[in-house]
Design a protein around this ligand. Structure first.
Ligand code: TRP
Length: 332
């Protein structure tokens, strides 16, 4: 039986942080062995919010380096850059005729972007979910690993696929948002203000690119309090977040030791942070160094980019052939 097709995309608008790593990329790495995976660096998407492209090439190279250093494997998955696949743009055009202005304007991510960039509410921003649908449908993917905030886009993709199938012919299987387990590992910002993110406080976000001292400094500055005063009180979320990080990078016994200390109210957050900082440094260092080595190995990067584009295009053009046929766009 052929494996199910998984597809996800990532914008080249910044470096990877721990939220991306543990919330997304780590799962993608695991999916590579079970599914036919496509992972796309969506440079066209980033144009909707970042029209200045002078740094784009460097960002794409760095991001590829980080993805490969994190365990994405060009021999197991198809790893490619969106703008290398013109077939996506053609499918985007057709899907745009099936997407309604009203539903696009209602999309929460669109409304957020309008609030963030009131000076640049361009048509590409409005039809961003249609472009995402084209990314997914061009490979007839059925499983789309994304976070909560993207689930609506996958739902819209499903609606567009259904409309296409109904109006023309049954070309697309219906895709669903998907992740391992009940819930994704959610990493909070170290200042206790919501999700760890690229756009928020830099000092509260740990990047795979941060050097050892910066990692230490950020963790030592993380928000804590004076500690539990009674047994059995639940951890505030910023404390739970430090424990979560510790579970991800520290030895089991060490985590257990701090858990016990929390339980009996003898915990010293300074000690916890020192331990976490050292374990985090050990965890990130090899990824950072490998990412830098890959980023600088332009021969290897070129090979990855070219073979990814070839494989992705070959599959994409098969879908597009079915699409054109279904739409009667063949005249000879
Ligand atoms: N829209 C997604 C984001 O903003 C990125 C993305 C583009 C994507 N195409 C995709 C995610 C296809 C999953 C599948 O993060």
């Amino acid at each position: 039986m052929p494996k199910e097709i998984v597809l996800s995309g990532i914008r080249p608008t910044g470096f990877l942080h721990l939220g991306n790593y543990f919330g997304a990329v780590k799962n993608w790495v695991r999916m590579q062995d079970e599914y036919d995976c496509y992972f796309c660096v969506v440079d066209w998407h980033s144009l909707t919010t970042h029209p200045d492209t002078r740094e784009l090439r460097g960002h794409v190279h760095r991001l590829l380096g980080e993805l490969l250093a994190s365990g994405l494997d060009e021999n197991k998955s198809v790893i490619y850059i969106q703008s290398d696949i013109p077939e996506i743009a053609e499918l985007y055009l057709y899907l745009n005729m099936l997407a309604y202005k009203g539903e696009l304007e209602k999309t929460p991510t669109f409304k957020d972007k309008v609030r963030q960039h009131p000076q640049n509410v361009n048509a590409g921003l409005l039809t961003n979910p249609v472009l995402q649908a084209a990314d997914i449908l061009i490979h007839r993917a059925v499983k789309v690993p994304v976070g909560k905030d993207q689930e609506q886009h996958v739902e819209m993709t499903r609606n567009l696929a259904e409309r296409f199938n109904y109006r023309y012919d049954a070309v697309f299987p219906l895709p669903y948002a998907f992740n391992y387990g009940e819930s994704l590992t959610k990493i909070l910002s170290l200042d206790g203000t919501g999700k760890m993110s690229k756009s928020a406080n830099e000092m509260a976000t740990i990047y795979l690119n941060d050097n050892d001292d910066l990692i230490r400094k950020k963790i030592m500055k993380a928000k804590t309090d004076s500690g539990p005063t009674e047994q059995g009180i639940p951890k505030p979320d910023y404390i739970q977040n430090l424990f979560t990080l510790m579970q991800l990078v520290s030895h089991y016994d060490i985590v257990a030791q701090f858990e016990t200390a929390y339980e009996n109210c003898s915990i010293r957050y300074g000690d916890l942070k020192k331990q976490l900082a050292e374990d985090m440094v050990e965890f990130i260092k090899p990824i950072r160094e490998k990412a830098a080595a890959i980023e600088n190995d332009k021969t290897y990067l070129t090979k990855v980019i070219k073979t990814g584009a070839e494989k992705a295009r070959s599959n994409a053009s098969k879908t597009l052939e079915l699409v054109r046929k279904a739409m009667h766009l063949n005249y000879v």
